[in-house]
Design a protein around this ligand. Sequence first.
Ligand code: MRU
Length: 363
Amino acid sequence: MPFPDCEFPDPMPDLAFPFALGLSSLATEGFEVRILDQRVLPHDVRMCVLRSLEDSALAIESMQVRGAPLIGVTAAYGVALALKKDASDQGLENALCRLGKTRPTAVNLHWALAQMAMRLEPLAPHARPHAAWQQAQALHRQEQGFAKAIGVHGLEWIKAQHNPNRPFQVLTHCNAGALATVGPGTALAPLYAAHRAGIDIHVWVSETRPRNQGWLTEWELRQAGVPCTLIADNAAAYLMTKGDVDWVIVGADRIARNGDTANKIGTALKAMAAHWHRIPFHVAAPSSTIDWACHQGEAIPIEARDPRELLNPPGTLMQVDIHLLSGRTLANPAFDVTPADLITGFITEQGICTPSSLQALQK
Ligand code: MRU
């Protein structure tokens, strides 16, 4: 294990790309789950160990772990950790219920809990702890495979689209990379693959206020040597107007069966701008992000986060005195829904499809 629990490494590494350090957003050792604490990135690198149900639930709630595929895998391990202490029917029920309430929008969380429930409920309590760990590891491996496959399919698209005489200019929003998943990412997986394949790409990374997940994307890409530029969220349409964006690719937190897609707040604005400029706009996500029971975007629950995030962006040293809040009204919706009409296509582990052919992916 590279670093002790929740302590700053000494000497502090040069904030190197997690993979280069042998770190990943989540790893297991024995019956322990180690995570990279994303609240302090990109300024600090800190590892934490999850040992219990409550550790896992708090890690998801506090956004030590974040990103739809990663919180799904964390929740699966959370169930396994809970059952080590109490594998009774009640213990299982409590774990599913506690983890299910941590965050509402990313369906991967609820999908992972449903998979765990399906596997564990029929078992006798004594058989559950071992089976739960195995099931969590299976989901973990599956999500790793999904991310890699998204990279392969996305690379094919980039190869077909890019002009070899100039850099391929990509715009992304939020963080849908290695930090948000247990593999190379969703939206970033094709970009890593293209860079490795020697394609000249450049990525515009929008900051993603208020939590600045774009800073994580810029950090990831820079550590991996992918040329990128951090921009304010509001700069995207300007760059499109200038002809400086060839492609927009984003991740997803929940995709309704008609293709309407919930992703980090600000995504829909980018889709609208891309549509107007006739720039292709793709959503990259594993099939665990598709909610077949949800018919359209209106039914997707949108997380309302603590409005204080607007004034105190996590990971920054900026602190606004709480007294400044008095008499103010703030709102912090964390996701928006991009209508399927604005989406050129979905890149999943199964390949690339249009919104109208999405339903063919249902097994
Ligand atoms: O609130 P977060 O940071 O957990 O947001 C989820 C996301 O990371 C994004 O919306 C992302 O684009 C999709 S998840 C790979």
